[in-house]
Design a protein around this ligand. Structure first.
Ligand code: ARG
Length: 276
């Protein structure tokens, strides 16, 4: 979520929270195509892409989707810690009665695929809302999903999938234009993993953001145009067949010189093992 949203006082009414998400969406970026600058994707191509949903809070139109997620084992789904924050939900996540993970549903207006309640939720207590480091939550399903729905996590910091320039794809049902146009069908955008120096230059710790190479990885294109956006948070960034990041934040969407920032999976693998 954007700085402006998180600094708001606690919102009691979820609908207001949802509305604020839309209202505080960044101004349209240079590119105004779709995820921003992306293309339609199908869940069969990325079956490990999941939606986090609550119809009670976000309405039934798009299955209650409000964040993305990645399935990493038959019972373990990863999303962003900030997705379960009060700023997003308008309440403590424990009070949300119908928190669900949806898998295999390309079009959120439909009811195909699978919808799972959660038996356990672990939100990284070390998540720092100020600089957004450690933006991860682990969701545990009560049933096992087929292994075909899982994506392996990056092997470690030295995984070649993290090499600058490597092609990566981000998936989500988020804003496709930067102006609050939430997608009903899954979209994907192909971007490139960027060097920490590039990410740090973009977000040196000023009002634009604070890139922390230890816990984050950033991706984008030199001219912008393709990126994740609001509503994609928690969703997968996949390179070389491995999960390298979770959508976390960015300044605007698809803006040149302002790449998307992701939770670095290699940095949180231990937490996932401990809480998955
Ligand atoms: N925080 C946003 C969310 O809740 C994701 C923003 C990603 N932005 C970007 N430019 N990559 O959905």
């Amino acid at each position: 979520m954007r700085r402006s949203l998180r600094s708001l006082p606690v919102l009691a009414v979820p609908l207001v929270a949802a509305l604020m998400m839309v209202l505080t969406a960044p101004a349209p970026a240079t590119a105004d195509r779709v995820v921003v600058g992306g293309h339609p994707a199908r869940t069969v191509e990325a079956p490990w892409t999941a939606a986090v949903a609550s119809r009670a809070l976000f309405g039934g139109k798009r299955s209650g989707q409000f964040c993305g997620a990645a399935v990493v084992s038959p019972t373990t789904v990863l999303t962003a810690a900030h997705c379960l924050s009060r700023a997003v939900l308008g309440m403590d996540w424990r009070q949300v009665r119908d928190l669900r993970v949806i898998i295999g549903r390309n079009d959120l207006r439909k009811s195909d695929g699978m919808e799972y309640p959660l038996v356990r939720v672990w939100v990284n207590p070390a998540y720092e809302a100020d600089n957004r480091a450690g933006d991860i939550a682990v969701l545990t399903l009560g049933v096992t999903v087929p292994a075909a729905y899982t994506v392996p996590m990056a092997a470690g910091r030295g995984d070649p999938a993290y090499r600058p320039g490597v092609r990566a794809a981000v998936y989500g049902w988020g804003d496709t234009g930067g102006g609050g146009e939430y997608a009903s069908t899954l979209h994907a955008a192909t971007v490139r993993v960027l060097a920490d120096t590039v990410c740090r230059t973009a977000y040196p710790g000023n009002a634009e953001g604070d890139y922390q190479p230890r816990s984050m990885v950033c991706a984008g294109l030199p001219d912008g145009g393709r990126d994740a956006c609001q509503g994609d948070s928690g969703g997968p960034l996949v390179a070389q067949g491995r999960l390298v990041g979770l959508v976390s934040w960015g300044s605007g969407c698809g803006v040149a010189g302002r790449p998307g920032v992701y939770t670095r999976i290699s940095a949180v693998a231990g937490l996932v093992a401990a809480h998955g």
